[in-house]
Every structure is written in structure tokens, then in C-alpha cells.
Design a protein around this ligand. Structure first.
Ligand code: ASP
Ligand code: MG
Length: 408
């Protein structure tokens, strides 16, 4: 007998029919003799609707109250699911975040979990109940309701699994696992059987939107085995787990891309100590996250400095940088918000040489110009013109042999 946490996202509980389907799945697991905790999101579209209501009243609604509103979507689904289970003859009990409690800090709208008390849920399980837990919700020291940021139910589920020392945290979603790349771009994209937390973190932060990044961080920290799978079929999905559990690591596990990038270049900056600090301090003060930074070596005492920001921050970043550029005596600032980032990720990259060369040669062969490069131990990212994104993903996917074997 195992303790299984199952998390169902908004699309899996989007209608009454789908809620019944989730109830059937949870019941089936219970019938197999396991203890079952189900964590659910709000019905698809509901959180957006709730936030929309608040925004009709204020351009920037009070965040404490915004969380009071946004968190209600999950309260509806736990109640409905518990009713569905009871109707099927199972014992079920719903839990809001504050009833467990899921203790968080007070950063409304993006709160972080500090602690989860497992006793309330444990007690319900002992009584033979299926515990139905609201994702996304928490409570702070003062008793205020908090939410964990968009997509936060994933993190709720993994955190609950960690607190209860569950055997597995199954994340049910509308795709049946983590793929080597976006199947919409490469028809031969292959479902990965297993992937390490580290690789998943890189893929998630690069725009493979299957799991909220923080849930993967949580899983890694507490060693929670995560199984990403579809709620619409019984196919095994992808296991996200410790590296040691993965027998054969491919050099490259996947190709990710992100089209939400923008690039800013400061032309002819006087190359003096302290210049980078002067340029990036105002950006961090404005809460703008800078990603790739490229600075060339100066021969004449001047340098060009290029960096990327999220596209939604582009205008703000251009304004801030324009000001700084004047102050430091740079020639001008130019920007481009039509760029993309294509990345390859793989644990075994650490011990293999020639991976970067292969990436560069592959892109060059298609005439794709690389506008900037960053690397980590297990990742190589290239900035390219946005219009080449799909082509770049396809050729890299092929170059590293990631696809399903072609049938003869
Ligand atoms: N309902 C929340 C959202 O839409 C949390 C979640 O679905 O994970 O972001
Ligand atoms: Mg989600």
C-alpha cells in the first residue's frame, strides 16, 4: 500500500463531467488499496475570470484582497470533487489551504510555502477518507489568505507530498508527459520516460510549461518523485526524479525555446571598472530580470554591451537603460524585441565535449545567425531571430537524434 498524491490541473477539472472523471480515477487508486490525496486547481479559465473581476474595480487591486478572490476557484473544485466522490460511495473530505494549514510567507500573489502540517490530512486518511486539497492556497502568520502564484497548484501538490512523505506525486495534465521538444514543432518529438530534477528545472524555466518551476525545486529539495501524466488516458507519463535513478542519461535530453525575449544593446560604452554595475543596478531596482549578458572585449576603450530581458519588460527596460546610457556616456541604445532563445539541455553534457560546437555548426548550416550565447553545466542557449525559432528547434532536435526512430 502506498500513499499517492494526485494533482489535477484546471483542464482536468474544467467541467462537471471531467470532475466525475477525476473522481473515478481517485476512486480507482483507492480501490487498489492506496491512501489517496487529491490536489486540484480551479476549473480552467476560472482564476482568470476572478482576477478579471477584481481588475474591473481597480487597475492595481490590493494584493491581500486579490488573493482572497483568486483563491476561491480552488475552494469550488475541492467541494465539487468531494461531493462527486461521496456520491460514488467513497468517504471524502475537502481541505482549504488554511484548514491544513499550508503556512506561507506574506508575499501575496506569489507567496512561498514555509511549512505544511501533515496531521489533519493524516487523520482523514486514517479514517479511510480520500483527502481533497485545494491547490494554490496558503495562509500567512497573521491569518491572511495567500496564493502561490500562477500555476501554483503544482507546488501545493509536491509540497503536500513532501510533508506526507508520499511515495509519488502524480501531476495529471492535458499532455501525457515531458517531451524532447514541443510536438507541435517536431512531429517526431519523443516522450521521455525519466528526467532529472535538474534537467526539468532548465526545461521548465526555458518555457516547457508542464510544471511550475517552484514545484520542481521543491521536489528536488525533498526528493519527491514526480510523475507527469495525462488525465485523459492511462499511458505512463514522465518520471521526474533524482539523477541517480536514471540509468542511461542521454547527452542531450531536450530542446526548449522561448519566444518571450527581447534584446537591448548599449553601443560604445566607456570600458571602465564599475560600468556593468552602473548599468544593471537600475534594472534590478525596477524589478527587471536580466537573462543573457554579452560584453565584447574592448580594444579602443569602448565596448558594446548586450543583454536580454523578458519581452513584457522590454519598454520599461529600454527607458531605464536609455537614462543610464546617457549618464555613463555611451553612444546609444538599440533594442530588438523579435528575438528568441533556443536551448539544449542534458545532464551528460557535463562530461561530453563537442556539444557546443555541434549546436553552432547545426545552426550555421541553416544560415541562422547566433546573436548571443549562454551556458550552464547542463545547458547551452542561443539567441536567434524569432522567425528562425521553429527551424532551429527542428534542426537541433535532429542533430542530437532526439526523435522517435523513423519507421522503415
Ligand atoms: N488556479 C491557479 C492558476 O490558474 C493555480 C493553478 O492552476 O495551478 O494559476
Ligand atoms: Mg498548470
Amino acid at each position: 500500500m502506498a500513499l499517492i498524491v494526485q494533482k489535477y490541473g484546471g483542464t482536468s477539472v474544467g467541467t462537471i463531467e471531467k470532475i466525475k472523471n477525476v473522481a473515478k480515477r481517485a476512486a480507482r487508486t483507492k480501490d487498489q488499496g492506496h491512501d489517496v490525496v487529491v490536489v486540484v486547481s480551479a476549473m480552467s479559465g476560472e482564476t482568470n475570470r476572478l482576477l478579471g473581476l477584481a481588475h474591473q474595480l481597480a487597475e492595481i487591486p490590493n494584493e491581500r484582497e486579490l488573493d482572497v478572490v483568486a483563491s476561491t476557484g480552488e475552494q469550488v473544485t475541492i467541494g465539487l470533487l468531494a461531493i462527486a466522490l461521496t456520491e460514488m460511495g467513497y468517504k471524502a473530505r475537502s481541505f482549504c489551504g488554511f484548514q491544513i494549514p499550508v503556512l506561507t510567507d506574506s508575499a501575496f500573489v506569489k507567496a512561498r510555502i514555509k511549512k505544511i502540517e501533515g496531521e489533519t490530512i493524516q487523520a482523514a486518511l486514517k479514517e479511510g477518507m480520500i483527502a481533497v486539497v485545494a491547490g494554490f492556497q496558503g495562509i500567512d502568520d497573521t491569518g491572511a489568505i495567500t496564493t502561490l502564484g500562477r500555476g501554483g497548484s503544482d507546488t501545493s501538490a509536491v509540497a503536500v507530498a513532501a510533508a506526507l512523505k508520499a511515495d509519488v506525486c502524480e501531476i495529471y495534465t492535458d499532455v501525457d508527459g515531458v517531451y524532447t521538444t514541443d510536438p507541435n514543432i517536431c512531429a517526431d518529438a519523443r516522450k521521455l520516460e525519466k528526467i532529472s530534477f535538474e534537467e526539468m528545472l532548465e526545461l521548465a524555466s526555458l518555457g516547457a510549461k508542464v510544471l511550475q518551476i517552484r514545484s520542481v525545486e521543491f521536489g528536488m529539495k525533498y526528493g519527491v518523485r514526480i510523475h507527469v501524466r495525462s488525465s485523459f488516458n492511462d499511458n505512463p507519463g514522465t518520471i521526474v526524479t533524482r539523477e541517480e535513478e536514471i540509468m542511461e542519461t542521454a547527452v542531450v535530453s531536450g530542446v526548449a525555446y522561448s519566444k518571450s525575449e527581447a534584446k537591448i544593446t548599449i553601443v560604445k560604452v566607456p570600458d571602465k571598472p564599475g560600468i556593468a554595475a552602473k548599468i544593471f543596478k537600475p534594472l534590478s531596482d525596477a524589478n527587471i530580470v536580466v537573462d543573457v549578458i554579452v560584453q565584447n572585449v574592448s580594444v579602443t576603450g569602448f565596448t558594446d554591451l548586450t543583454f536580454t530581458v523578458g519581452r513584457t519588460d522590454y519598454k520599461k527596460a529600454m527607458l531605464v537603460t536609455g537614462k543610464t546610457a546617457k549618464e555613463v556616456g555611451a553612444e546609444k541604445v538599440v533594442g530588438d524585441d523579435k528575438i528568441a532563445k533556443v536551448s539544449i539541455v542534458g545532464m551528460a553534457m557535463r562530461s561530453h565535449s563537442g556539444v557546443a560546437t555541434k549546436v553552432f555548426e547545426t545552426l550555421a548550416a541553416e544560415g541562422i545567425n547566433i546573436l548571443g550565447i549562454t551556458t550552464s553545466e547542463i545547458k547551452i542557449s542561443c539567441l536567434i531571430e524569432e522567425k528562425y525559432t521553429e527551424l532551429a528547434v527542428r534542426v537541433l532536435h535532429r542533430a542530437f537524434d532526439l526523435g522517435n526512430p523513423v519507421e522503415a
